[in-house]
Design a protein around this ligand. Structure first.
Ligand SMILES: NC(=O)c1ccc[n+]([C@@H]2O[C@H](COP(=O)([O-])OP(=O)(O)OC[C@H]3O[C@@H](n4cnc5c(N)ncnc54)[C@H](OP(=O)(O)O)[C@@H]3O)[C@@H](O)[C@H]2O)c1
Length: 273
């Protein structure tokens, strides 16, 4: 698995998402198994949040990483309504308990809320000093939010990015590149929806004896400073996603994809799900 540097550590360019995990008890075993399979295949960055299944996804992750903690780069997120001086340490303790660990590698503000950014950053920094988190970052921040944040210690910005949602290419992505701030792309395969039946995407996939989802991932990873975090429970999806790291798209593929999925020509409002 290829890696890139994120705030002083090497992390895999493809990680594993966990949204929708922990919601259904009957899926629990398969979810744990999928994450363990993904770790074995090198997708050792796992992205979760206190929001997902109200802690249920963190519990799934906690079970999946049992005995494997040292191999995993753990990312979790705090709700904006918990992102206060008092709220952050408490939310972090709850996440640590569910994750069954004593530190989170990267702790993100899930989206911007009512608390001043300085207060959130101060609380993150305190957690870092205490060793409860390795580093911190943000999610769903546009350029103006990042400029206001103005914190070199911010390790990443996690945003919606896929073939259908290319808005960040206009300004946010170049800005992050200039600041050497790695971007984490969520919903990289469009939540497995209609994007995957696009005829151009299918043609490019056929040319490479790959699947549309693999091309969608390789397309994101054409950029050096972007990490993709697909979520997969089906074992064949986990394997295909890990293999996508080897897939190299050619200029003709990128051109064809540009015709089918247009790059932004002007500033767009930051898309979120
Ligand atoms: N920061 C934020 O605000 C935010 C927002 C949304 C998401 N996220 C994070 O980003 C992660 C990824 O986003 P997402 O889960 O919304 O969407 P996604 O990863 O784009 O898509 C997940 C869906 O695609 C299917 N899938 C996975 N691999 C596939 C493959 N190779 N071929 C065909 N289908 C495949 C999955 O099915 P199976 O599960 O059945 O295998 C699942 O239904 C989340 O899980 C979460 O960790 C963050």
């Amino acid at each position: 698995m290829r890696t890139l540097e994120l705030a002083g550590v090497q992390v895999p360019i493809i990680g594993q998402g966990t949204w929708r995990m922990g919601e259904d008890r009957s899926a629990h075993r398969n979810e744990v198994a999928a994450l363990r399979q993904g770790i074995e295949l090198g997708m050792t960055l796992i992205d979760t949040a206190e929001m997902y299944a109200e802690g249920g996804a963190e519990e799934v992750v906690g079970e999946a990483i049992s005995g494997l903690r040292d191999q995993v780069f753990l990312v979790s997120k705090v709700y904006p309504h918990n992102a206060s001086r008092k709220g952050i340490p408490q939310a972090c303790e709850r996440s640590l308990r569910r994750l069954n660990t004593d530190y989170i590698d990267l702790y993100l503000l899930h989206w911007r809320g009512q608390y001043p950014l300085e207060e959130t950053v101060e609380a993150f920094e305190r957690l870092r000093e205490e060793g409860k988190i390795g580093r911190w970052g943000v999610s769903n921040f546009d350029v103006d939010d990042l400029q206001e944040l103005a914190a070199p210690a911010c390790a990443t910005n996690q945003v919606l990015y896929n073939l259908e949602e290319r808005g960040i290419e206009f300004d946010l992505l170049p800005w992050c590149e200039q600041q050497q701030l790695p971007v984490m792309a969520y919903c990289p395969i469009g939540q497995g929806g209609h994007m995957l039946v696009n005829s151009t995407l299918k043609q490019v996939a056929a040319r490479h004896e790959a699947t549309p989802a693999q091309v969608a991932l390789a397309w994101i990873l054409r950029q050096d400073s972007v990490i993709a975090i697909p979520k997969a429970v089906r074992p064949e999806h986990v394997t295909l996603n890990a293999q996508a790291a080897q897939l190299k798209l050619e200029a003709t593929d990128l051109e064809a994809l540009d015709h089918a999925f247009h790059a932004p020509q002007r500033k767009q409002r930051l898309a979120m799900v």
